[in-house]
Design a protein around this ligand. Structure first.
Ligand code: ADP
Ligand code: MG
Ligand code: MG
Length: 482
C-alpha cells in the first residue's frame, strides 16, 4: 500500500520536529518509562526469559478524529450484541462457512469441533467474548471510521495499551505540553477485560476453581499477558491463574464427573485463549484433541468455538451484505449505524457472485485487499499482488478467501521509536488503526454483561501494508482526539 500524494495529513498534537538534543533526551526517558511500566516484549532476535525490550511506540500520541472515536466507543455494545447473536446462530454460521471449510483445513478443523459439540449439546451454556473491533478513518468519506476486522479470539494489547496513555502523557508533559493531556481519553482496557473474566468466573460459582490462560510455546507478547494475570491476582487475590500450552492441556487435562475441566486436581472455571487461533499452534492431533476436550468441558470459554467461528473474516464478509444485519439487530437506527462502518466486502465462493468478485479483483486490484481465514497479521495480499495470487488458486480454493475494499486512512507525522537504534528517530509518515475492546457474556437466550472496555491505537509507516507491532513495522500509540 503506498500513500497517495493527496492524502490529507492530520494536524499534530504538538509542533514537530523537536530540536535534536531535546528529542534524544525525551526518547531515552520514554524508553525507560516503557520498560519500567511493562510496555515491553520479549526479543524475537535475542530471546531471553530474563529480559525485555520496550515495545515499539510512537513518541507523542497520534491525532484521531474525536467524533469518530466517540462513535466507535458508542457502537461497541451494539457490536458485542451483534457478535453474540451471530455466534449463537447455527444456521448462519453453517451456511456462511460451507464453501470455505471445503478448502480451508484450519477453519474446517474448528468447524468440526463445533459440529461435534452441537451434536452432543453444549455442556456450558455461557460464553464470554473479549472482543476488539478495529477501525481506520477513511479519507474518502470525511474520515468516517470503517471496520478493518473484528477479533473474537486472543484480542491483545489491552494490557500494554493501558500503560501507553500515561507514557505518552509523561512525554507530552516533559515537552512542556501538560495543558494538552485532557485530549487523551483515559483507557480502562485492562481492568475492563479482566473484570469480564472474573464476572465469568462468578457465573461458574466455584470458589476454588481457577482461570486458565492458553498460551503459545513461547510468549513474545509476555507483558500484555502478564498484565492480565497480575491484574486478576492483585484485584481478586483468591482467584488463581494458570498458564498452559495446548500440548500441556493434552497431557494434563481431563474431564471430571460433571464434565468439569481438571488440570491435576484443579478445576478450571474460565479458559482464556491467547493461543489456538493459527495453524502453527496445533503441532499435531494432540492439540486439536485438547481444544475439543476444553470445548466439551463445563469451563466458560473465551472464546467458545462458536464465538471463534463468528470472528472469521468469512463471517465478517457475510455480515456486510445487504439485509443480513436485520437478522441479528432489531433497532433500525442501530442497523444503519453498524452498516455505515462496513466497507465493501465480497465473497469469493465458487458461484456467480464469487466469479463476479474474481473478475472485479483482476480488473482493479489496486482497490482491494485479499484476506484468508487467519489471525495474527501477515496473511493478507494487497493491491497489485492480488491477480497473481488469485490466478494460482482453483475456483474452489478461492472460497477460503474474501476480498475487501482498501480503506485509505489519513496520514500523521511523528517519531516512531523501536528497540535497537542509537540514532535519533526521524519524522515519518504514518497511519493509525483504532481498536475498541468490548466484553459480552451470556447464553443463547440472554446477555448478562455487555460493555465497552477501553481502546488501543496501533500506528504503522504509511508505506507498510500491515503494522503488526511484534512483526516489525507497527508501533503502539494512543489517540489524541482532535
Ligand atoms: P488479522 O486478523 O491478521 O489482524 P486484519 O484484517 O486485521 O487481519 O489485517 C491485518 C492488517 O492489514 C490490518 O491491521 C491493517 O493494517 C491491514 N488491513 C486489513 N484490511 C484492510 C483494509 N480493508 N484496508 C486497509 N488496510 C487493511
Ligand atoms: Mg484479527
Ligand atoms: Mg487485525
Amino acid at each position: 500500500m503506498s500513500s497517495e500524494a493527496n492524502t490529507p495529513v492530520l494536524p499534530n498534537c504538538i509542533r514537530l520536529p523537536l530540536p535534536e538534543d531535546e528529542l534524544m533526551e525525551v526518547v531515552a526517558k520514554a524508553k525507560d518509562y516503557a520498560i519500567m511500566h511493562g510496555a515491553a516484549m520479549r526479543s524475537k532476535t535475542a530471546f531471553s526469559p530474563d529480559s525485555l525490550n520496550f515495545a515499539p511506540f510512537v513518541l507523542v500520541p497520534s491525532s484521531f478524529p474525536r467524533k469518530e472515536f466517540e462513535k466507535a466507543v458508542a457502537l461497541q455494545p451494539i457490536i458485542n450484541r451483534l457478535m453474540h447473536n451471530v455466534a449463537h446462530d447455527e444456521e448462519f454460521i453453517t451456511t456462511t462457512l460451507a464453501e470455505t471449510i471445503k478448502v480451508d483445513e484450519f477453519t474446517a478443523n474448528l468447524f468440526n469441533i463445533y459440529r461435534k459439540v452441537l451434536a452432543h449439546g453444549f455442556t456450558q451454556a455461557y460464553s464470554i467474548g473479549l472482543l476488539r473491533s478495529d477501525y481506520m478513518a477513511h479519507v474518502y468519506e470525511g474520515c468516517a471510521i470503517k471496520q478493518v476486522e473484528i477479533n473474537t479470539v486472543a484480542s491483545s494489547f489491552a494490557g500494554i495499551a493501558t500503560q501507553l496513555v500515561p507514557q505518552q502523557k509523561f512525554v507530552l508533559s516533559e515537552l512542556g505540553h501538560a495543558d494538552k493531556l485532557h485530549n487523551m481519553p483515559s483507557n480502562n482496557a485492562l481492568a475492563g477485560l479482566c473484570d469480564g473474566m472474573v464476572k465469568a468466573w462468578d457465573i461458574y460459582a466455584k470458589p476454588k476453581a481457577v482461570i486458565l490462560f492458553i498460551i503459545e510455546d513461547v510468549s513474545y507478547n509476555i507483558c500484555d499477558q502478564r498484565f492480565h494475570e497480575f491484574y486478576i491476582r492483585e484485584t481478586y487475590p483468591h482467584i488463581k491463574v494458570l498458564r498452559r500450552t495446548l500440548t500441556e492441556v493434552h497431557k494434563e487435562g481431563k474431564l471430571g464427573q460433571s464434565k468439569e475441566l481438571l488440570l491435576g486436581n484443579q478445576e478450571v472455571a474460565v479458559i482464556y485463549f491467547r493461543a489456538g487461533y493459527e495453524p502453527g499452534h496445533y503441532h499435531s492431533q494432540a492439540e486439536w484433541d485438547a481444544r475439543y476436550l476444553m470445548e466439551t468441558s463445563l469451563a466458560i470459554k473465551c472464546p467458545s468455538i462458536h464465538y471463534h467461528l463468528a470472528g472469521t473474516k468469512k463471517v465478517q464478509q457475510a455480515l456486510a451484505q445487504p439485509a443480513v444485519l436485520e437478522r441479528f439487530i432489531n433497532d433500525p437506527d442501530e442497523i444503519k449505524a453498524v452498516g455505515k462502518i462496513f466497507t465493501g466486502l465480497y465473497s469469493l465462493d465458487d458461484n456467480e457472485a464469487g466469479n463476479a468478485t474474481y473478475e472485479m479483483a483482476l480488473r482493479t486490484p489496486e482497490k482491494f485487499v485479499l484476506k484468508p481465514q487467519r489471525e495474527g497479521g501477515g496473511n493478507n495480499v494487497y493491491g497489485v499482488d492480488i491477480p497473481d495470487a488469485l490466478k494460482r488458486m482453483s475456483r474452489v480454493e478461492r472460497s477460503a478467501w474474501i476480498l475487501m475494499d482498501l480503506i485509505h486512512p489519513p496520514l500523521t507525522r511523528g517519531y516512531m521509536v523501536r528497540p535497537g537504534g542509537d540514532m535519533p528517530p526521524q519524522i515519518v509518515e504514518m497511519v493509525s488503526e483504532l481498536g475498541i475492546f468490548g466484553v459480552v457474556i451470556g447464553d443463547a437466550e440472554h446477555i448478562v454483561h455487555n460493555y465497552q472496555a477501553g481502546h488501543m491505537l496501533r500506528t504503522k509507516l504509511s508505506t507498510a501494508n500491515e503494522g503488526g507491532v511484534a512483526a516489525g513495522l507497527g508501533a503502539l500509540d494512543s489517540p489524541y482526539l482532535i
